[in-house]
Design a protein around this ligand. Structure first.
Ligand code: IPE
Ligand code: IPE
Ligand code: MG
Length: 246
């Protein structure tokens, strides 16, 4: 049933190589059903599977998902512990499948703040999927873009103090290579679900020229069809990068 959209994507050509997603709306999804917020987070795991499989089918090379922000640490402890438990559960349940699908998982963010169990799970999935060649799946956990940029500044300053870098060598490339996302190109397409028109401290540097796609669908209701619709919309865009096109 998704073959029609996939066929259209193939005909249009120019699939976004890197797609980033702000997975939002779990709490509202639960509230609409009179359920506590963690039920929405649990339901959201299915959407993660959908989007990962859809990305592989469409030929996306890098998928970067915003799962938990540094600001989210300010939520009630019960919600945070439910989320951390789900993270461990997700990893235990999906690691073998992701590995067999050729997905290499990377976790971006301040992992020092994770509880020991969650950190061990994160290290496990990175280790066991390391050789994946089909899709790089970046999970941003305890991530904020401003903290990432401050960290990059600190790492560069250290190099200058050690004398391995000169002040005049600090250029865009020097910053870029100190970001968590250094191994990958910038996102071509940013998707945000749940109809919010903001970036919430996500990839502020990397999104400079990303195409934005906002859908009202709440994250737990997202299927690969929504990803395919976003890709089709992206394929109709005229990316100019500040230049003039004929
Ligand atoms: C997104 O859903 C998941 C996380 C931020 C962890 P929310 O929990 O933000 O859901 P809403 O925005 O309250 O509906
Ligand atoms: C952004 O969603 C963070 C994640 C999706 C992990 P939030 O729900 O935390 O963002 P705001 O509060 O609506 O800006
Ligand atoms: Mg939200």
């Amino acid at each position: 049933m998704t073959d029609d959209l996939l066929a259209q994507i193939r005909v249009a050509g120019g699939v976004p190589r890197h797609v980033a997603v702000i997975m939002d709306g779990n709490g509202r999804w639960a509230r609409e059903r009179g359920l506590p917020r963690p039920f929405g987070h649990r339901a959201g795991m299915k959407a993660v599977r959908e989007v990962v499989e859809g990305a592989i089918e469409a030929g996306v090379e890098v998928l970067t998902l915003f799962a938990f922000s540094e600001e989210n640490w300010q939520r009630p402890v019960t919600e945070i512990s439910a989320l951390m438990q789900l993270l461990e559960e997700y990893i235990a349940r999906e690691v073998a499948e992701l590995h067999s699908q050729g997905v290499a998982v990377h976790v971006l963010g301040d992992r020092e703040r994770l509880a020991p169990g969650a950190r061990a799970a994160v290290e496990r999935i990175e280790r066991e999927t390391r050789d994946g060649q089909r899709l790089a799946l970046n999970l941003c956990i305890s991530y904020s873009s401003r903290a990432e940029l401050a960290r990059a500044a600190r790492l560069i300053a250290e190099d200058v103090l050690k004398g391995v870098k000169r002040l005049e060598d600090i250029d865009e490339e020097a910053v870029r290579e100190r970001l968590y996302t250094a191994p990958w190109r910038d996102p071509d397409l940013l998707i945000r679900t749940s109809g919010e028109y903001r970036v919430s401290n996500f990839l502020l540097w990397q999104l400079a020229y990303a195409e934005l796609y906002i859908t009202p669908v709440l994250w737990p209701d997202v299927t690969r069809r929504d990803l395919f619709q976003a890709i089709l919309d992206y394929q109709r865009r005229d990316r100019r990068f500040g230049r003039v096109t004929a």
